[in-house]
Design a protein around this ligand. Structure first.
Ligand code: PLP
Length: 217
């Protein structure tokens, strides 16, 4: 547990799979965590963080940005169109582009402001009805639509079904990314980030293994 341990495990997973050292970006998922825990990780030098709610990010990160340079915030939760503007103001990357309407809204605001976070298209690899993400059959189309609007799509993201072998889903996501000429792969969480690295993850999203369990009470 803890940042150092996760960094060591990432380095080992990279070495074990013959990958370049440092080719995986660790996103420390700080959602719901108390500020004191987040600050401790900032003090250890971590600068890339993930949040899944715009409002929570707005409450937490402007203050930390006043005290720490170089913070990069990744939005990894479902995004409603009415929160897009706020999301684009606070985040340097959005991992959850999953429908044309959302892409269109992002494009319109990017045109207006002249700035856009890096984007990942979220894929519902398990085709779970309750889960966000574009269906596998529609991935290529959505990526093409984003590109037609000049959106900076850098990769794909997935959250495998809880009760299935994650490797199958990581392999699928990589296949979709390669087919679309996308280099970024946002996959792997506390329980499976080493497997994700073996399958080529460029971004792993690790929360509880760094910060401890989230207390939703
Ligand atoms: C919460 C969350 C994570 C981190 O989960 P842990 O199991 O705590 O590592 C990763 N990705 C997404 C999309 C999340 O919502």
């Amino acid at each position: 547990m803890g940042l150092k341990d996760i960094q060591d495990r990432i380095a080992k997973a990279e070495a074990d799979s013959g990958r370049v050292a440092g080719s995986t970006t660790l996103i420390a998922v700080s959602k719901v965590q108390p500020n004191a825990r987040v600050e401790a990780v900032l003090q250890q030098g971590q600068r890339v963080f993930g949040e899944n709610k715009v409002q929570e990010a707005q409450g937490k990160w402007p203050g930390f940005r006043d005290s720490y340079q170089g913070i990069e915030l990744h939005l990894i939760g479902p995004l409603q169109t009415n929160k897009v503007r706020a999301a684009m103001e606070i985040a340097q990357a959005i991992h959850t582009v999953d429908r044309p309407k959302l892409a269109q809204t992002i494009a319109r605001i990017a045109q207006e402001t002249g700035a856009c976070p890096k984007l990942f298209v979220q894929v519902n690899t398990g085709e779970e009805p309750q889960k966000a993400g574009v269906l596998p059959a529609d991935v290529d189309q959505l990526v093409a639509e984003c590109r037609a609007m000049d959106l900076p799509v850098v990769g794909l993201m997935c959250i495998p079904p809880a009760d299935e072998e994650p490797a199958v889903h990581f392999a699928l996501l990589r296949k979709f990314a390669e087919r679309n000429g996308l280099a970024g792969l946002s996959m792997g969480m506390s329980g499976d980030f080493e497997t994700a690295i073996a399958f080529g993850a460029t971004h792993v999203r690790v929360g509880s293994a760094i910060f401890g369990e989230r207390d939703y009470g």
